[in-house]
Design a binder for this molecule. Structure first.
Ligand SMILES: C[S@@+](CC[C@H](N)C(=O)[O-])C[C@H]1O[C@@H](n2cnc3c(N)ncnc32)[C@H](O)[C@@H]1O
Length: 225
């Protein structure tokens, strides 16, 4: 099963009906940066938007903003459109350019909860940066050891919300980046950045992850033009 279909399992879709759609469900590492970067009238791009939960989060703090969500799973996008009729949603393909965006740029670009779960994460960062006029917020999973991008050694089971064996046997890569390499890669893929900051914490990997390390550093990166 490809990544887009994995995100379209019924139980996974249902999970995002209720999760990650209010400020209380925003992780501390995300809120650390997001809380100071919301402005009336801002334009926001959410890459891997699922059902557009961050449109609801932003609406708790802003009266006026324009939100565009893109996602590789069409069923997520369908539910997002139904939940947020005033905003814009587009299905994209993982390996293609985001042609639906043209050359539009955004004050805030969110890439949360996806980079460690797909093979083309470097390309996603580069594309996200090309659409960033203000600030790019994204998260990586890091390790003090060598980078691991081999899905046979480090993977994520889609067993949340799962009803049967199909869910546990559907896996995505769980990409672990050496922290020094993460810094080098972020700097290389965001040319012209005025300031690069990160904030995160070391914790055990999620119960759905199978990883050959004891702790995983979850870092949110804030890259500003
Ligand atoms: C873990 S959810 C994250 C949702 C939301 N960003 C959040 O932080 O709550 C992953 C979502 O990203 C989408 N996704 C996965 N890989 C993607 C990619 N390469 N480009 C765009 N969307 C992707 C999935 O279809 C799914 O809806």
């Amino acid at each position: 099963m490809n990544n887009a279909d994995a995100w379209g399992l019924d139980g996974v879709l249902d999970f995002f009906d209720t999760e990650r759609s209010n400020t209380g469900q925003v992780y501390a590492s995300e809120w650390f940066f997001l809380k100071d970067r919301m402005r009336e009238g801002m334009r926001v791009l959410d890459v891997g938007c699922a059902q557009g939960g961050f449109a609801s989060v932003l609406a708790e703090h802003l009266k006026d903003f324009r939100y565009t969500g893109i996602d590789i799973n069409p069923a997520m996008i369908e539910r997002a459109r139904a939940r947020h009729p005033g905003h814009t949603f587009q299905t994209i393909t993982e390996d293609a350019d985001w042609a639906c965006l043209g050359d539009e740029t955004f004050d805030l670009v969110l890439v949360l909860g996806i980079l460690h779960l797909h093979e083309g994460w470097r390309r996603t960062i580069a594309q996200a940066w090309s659409h960033t006029a203000g600030c790019l917020l994204m998260d990586l999973r890091e390790t003090e050891g060598p980078t691991i991008e081999d899905k046979a050694r480090s993977y994520f089971r889609m067993d949340f919300g799962g009803k049967d064996e199909r869910y546990a046997s559907t896996t995505l890569p769980y990409v672990l980046i050496n922290s020094a390499e993460a810094l080098e890669t972020v700097r290389r893929l965001t040319p012209g950045a005025r300031r690069t900051s990160h904030y995160g914490y070391l914790h055990p990997a999620s119960a759905s992850a199978s990883v050959p390390v004891d702790g995983v550093m979850t870092n949110v990166w804030c890259v500003e033009r």
